[in-house]
Design a protein around this ligand. Structure first.
Ligand SMILES: Nc1ncnc2c1ncn2[C@@H]1O[C@H](COP(=O)(O)OP(=O)(O)O)[C@@H](O)[C@H]1O
Ligand SMILES: [Mg+2]
Length: 259
């Protein structure tokens, strides 16, 4: 069953000198429970696309429907994780996660077990009382993911959530995220410019061209789950990354010979 239906959605930003075409018309259908990555170079309009999906910025053209309802105001049945964790520095881990429940006016007592469950799943049990500055970058992003999932949203949007992490933390977070998603499947739109991260995590990789971005490839990733980190050394995984690098080379994102 499809959850998201994007038809010819485009964005031009008004700037002092006129207009910036950030995103050419894109059309996309995402099924309920799918893990979809949007992969493209910096500035191609990935964040723009995500903000339009969430109804946080207007479209210049086209339509977006989630669950059959046209998005023309902020869509609220969602969680968002950005590159910056956006945790409140004066709240501890648990109360940062519970913030989502408070602002939505839900009953904290009812969600406390779920918060503890999520924190355990990402290895943050025992760290509930710590403040953000007492955590590593990877731990902060884990807490941010728990906060985005505590209210069991229909849709999880992630905009380069691991972009600021060191390579090893990033690998671990990829595995943890997959595990959380397998335990509690929800629809995920995951924005990244890492080819291997996109292939590792996704059911489908949507590839975008340089700005003004448009969707130029939609690649189904047919690898069994759960995927261990070592899946990245398999020929099947290598075939996907090679295909993707080849397309980026064709589009001038990577220099000839890079693929
Ligand atoms: N609020 C804005 N006003 C004007 N231009 C913008 C604005 N936000 C983004 N842009 C421009 O739109 C293009 C796409 O930006 P963005 O969606 O952030 O790309 P990405 O997330 O893929 O790096 C870029 O050229 C960027 O400079
Ligand atoms: Mg961006």
């Amino acid at each position: 069953m499809s959850l998201i239906q994007v038809t010819g959605a485009a964005k031009r930003y008004a700037v002092a000198s006129g207009e910036v075409a950030a995103l050419d018309p894109v059309s996309l259908t995402v099924n309920e429970g799918e893990f979809v990555s949007i992969l493209g170079p910096s500035g191609c309009g990935k964040s723009t696309f995500m903000l339009m999906l969430a109804g946080l910025i207007s479209r210049s053209a086209g339509t977006i429907e989630i669950d059959g309802v046209k998005v023309d105001r902020p869509y609220t049945d969602l969680g968002i994780v950005f590159q910056d964790h956006n945790l409140l520095e004066w709240r501890n881990v648990l109360s940062n996660v519970m913030l989502q429940i408070e602002v939505r006016g839900r009953d904290p007592a009812q969600y406390l077990p779920r918060a503890q469950d999520l924190l355990r799943m990402v290895g943050l049990d025992g760290a509930e009382a710590r403040l953000p500055h007492e955590l590593s970058g990877g731990m902060r992003q884990r807490a941010a993911i728990c906060r985005a999932l505590i209210h069991e949203p229909r849709l999880l949007l992630m905009d380069e959530p691991f972009g600021a992490l060191d390579a090893l933390s990033r690998d671990q977070l990829n595995v943890d995220l997959q595990q959380m998603w397998l335990a509690r499947p929800t629809t995920v739109i995951f924005i990244t410019h890492s080819i291997s991260e996109a292939v590792f995590l996704s059911d489908r990789v949507i590839m975008m061209t340089p700005r003004p971005g448009k969707i130029a490839a939609d690649i189904k990733i047919d690898l069994p789950r759960p995927r261990p980190m070592s899946v990245r050394e398999t020929p099947a995984f290598g075939a996907y990354t090679k295909q993707i690098r080849g397309l980026f080379e064709e589009w001038g994102v990577l220099r000839r010979g890079a693929a």
